[in-house]
Design a protein around this ligand. Structure first.
Ligand code: SF4
Length: 210
């Protein structure tokens, strides 16, 4: 692949004050990512109790640009905010991707997961006329994912939604998985919002080194 893990970490960790990772990420890194992404795992991005600020943050990535990220580096199959399809057509596409790629897709979670009242504080869609919650979505998709990326403080630790008295029982992904005994690895990338460099850098690391 032409870029060792040591070199990658040196680039990520060699920050100079005032210069962000996105400014330091050299074209060779983008090239290496494109090659690594040849058999790229599908990515499903779901949103729960969130302000969508982490999505907006990702859209601000400079180098690679968001167009490069979406068209060349990751195979984003579902994102409620930026995808053109909506309604049942979009949900069907997500379900199809998940069922055809069990254990192979990456699930990105943005936002906390309200667990109170069986998840009814955060209903996110309908399947065959039946509503479903972020709690069901994260549980069902999470158990069959290759890994889960929890982007932002809401998805990692519950964020402000989980502040006392936490009336909706909001939790982050890892806590939910512990409650449900789901063993899928969770990678926490906190921040409010999470910085685009941290999100792109984490996706890059998974693509390059697994
Ligand atoms: S972590 Fe912050 S920016 Fe991201 S979804 Fe939560 S409140 Fe919004």
């Amino acid at each position: 692949m032409g870029l060792t893990r040591r070199e990658f970490l040196r680039i990520c960790g060699g920050g100079i004050a005032g210069i962000s990772l996105s400014q330091m990420v050299i074209p060779e890194v983008v090239e290496a990512l494109e090659k690594a992404a040849a058999g790229k795992p599908p990515v499903l991005w779901i949103q729960g109790a969130s302000c969508s600020g982490c999505s907006v943050s990702l859209l601000n990535t400079v180098h690679p640009t968001i167009a490069e990220v979406l068209l060349k580096i990751i195979d984003l199959r579902f994102h409620p905010t930026i995808m053109a399809a909506d309604g049942e057509m979009a949900i069907d596409a997500l379900e199809k991707t998940a069922s055809e790629n069990k254990g192979k897709y990456v699930l990105v979670v943005e936002g906390a997961i309200p667990t109170g009242k069986g998840g009814r504080y955060c209903m996110v869609g309908e399947k065959k006329g039946k509503e479903f919650s972020m709690l069901e979505w994260t549980t069902d998709l999470g158990k069959d994912a290759l890994a889960v990326l929890a982007f932002g403080s809401c998805a990692t630790f519950g964020g402000i939604q989980a502040a006392k008295p936490n009336p909706t029982g909001a939790v982050g992904v890892k806590k939910l998985f512990d409650m449900k005994k789901i063993k899928t690895p969770v990678i926490n990338v906190p921040g409010c919002p999470s910085h685009p460099d941290w999100m792109v850098g984490t996706i890059a690391h998974i693509l390059l080194y697994g």
